[in-house]
Design a binder for this molecule. Sequence first.
Ligand code: ATP
Length: 509
Amino acid sequence: MSDDLLKKVISHAKEYGFIFPSSEIYDGLSATYDYGQNGSELKNNIKKYWWKSMVQMHENIVGIDASIFMHPTTWKASGHVDAFNDPLIDNKDSKKRYRADVLIEEHVEKIRGKINKEVAKGFKRFGDDFDETEFRKTNPNVLRNVAKIEEIEQKFKDSLGKDDLPAVKELIEELGIACPVSGSKNWTDVRQFNLMFSTEMGSVAEGANTIYLRPETAQGIFVNFLNVQKTGRMKIPFGIAQIGKAFRNEIIARQFIFRMREFEQMEMQFFIKPGTQKEWFEYWKKTRINWHNALGLGEENYRFHDHLKLAHYADAATDIEFNFPMGFKELEGVHSRTDFDLKAHEEHSGKKLQYFDPQDNKSYVPYVIETSIGLDRMFLAILSNSLKEETLEDGSSRTVLTLPAALAPTKAVIMPLTKKDGLPEKAMEVMNELKYDFNCQYDEKDSPGKRYRRQDALGTPYCIMIDHQTLEDNTVTIRDRDTMKQDRVSITELNAIIAEKVSFKTLLK
Ligand code: ATP
């Protein structure tokens, strides 16, 4: 069912110019994708929504655009050279490669499914009198499974913490996890694999240097901490935001744009006084979930998942998970990174990266709360959530993308009813007026019904039809994507009607 939905999303994305496989004429390159004419518009609008809400709406947050290449010592300091690894394991029969942590997580998810089934049975049995909290606290089957999950997660955390890879393999065997492809439990040992791409800078004659393609945008912010603080005269607490490409040589890159080897991140590092990290962590969790909820994709489609195994830099971390076609998966991370990064860069560079606090009259290395969201994952969340197949009153059906209007690639399509009688000229006139404020398109091909359907599938909020009456009284019909209702309005009203619907202000407020 959900596999079907993902397939539908992929084929819709291709058919309507949102996403193409990269270098498709050469049969594509694994886990890389190109955004097409509509995809790049949608992607830019998501960026705009993030940038406006993080930078424009916060007077103490500024944005930068750092380079992808950085001095190689950056990645030594950040811990990526030594610790940016995934534990991988191969199935000897299918020759398929997996991430050991993902195999274990999926197993745990199955047990969670059993718990939910038990709860659903309780609901059925007791009806309105059902007390779910009490049931979860007392039902022996639920309790047994909860204990099982805790034991697995603890074991896994302990093994990875000690870098005890044989113990991770033992856990996989103990749980009886089989390869989904071959069905066998014939596993290799678990190994660590570094996810950074490397390349060489300069010609070999010059003595080339190995450098890395950044695996996260955050380090470009840390190394510029003092530059921005001093030149922007920033006072703590303050944040630095950035949108940019990141690269990871993912072991398994499946599930469309969910896991790519080249992707884009929208990250913000918020510099705070040490000791205040708990409050700010909570603040950013709340602020970020509000940002998501404002889009109207459904609050039930988000959940927090606190990290058990903390990354080498964090003292608290949570994922905001989204209900993708493949189930709930990480969309965004909120991390309390302590002073790990700035301290490490101080040590490796020999430069002080401290803030002088005028109130306390002393200097310190700030603590950091990070919010980090994958732009492509956000794109997938929005696209998959918006793609709908609707049955209409007359029994026919339509495919519609109910994108949040502010994010829609095209805001309005201007259509002449026919290609003659001066209607195309009039339509171009309207188009030429609206195009200064909105991304508009002109369409005169096919019957009106067909043109409407095409725009529904592209998520265009409004279709504006120029007909013979337009020539007489300067009115047009404007059709709403969601209600499919058509209203007759004056051309002079169009700008205000569209502006109200597609404004970012509604989302940001
Ligand atoms: P995962 O556990 O799914 O590999 P992660 O915990 O390694 O993700 P972070 O390092 O926290 O991810 O990166 C921040 C965000 O960047 C993630 O929440 C995700 O949205 C995005 N992201 C990370 N890796 C990829 C990828 N390979 N493709 C697309 N987006 C990614």
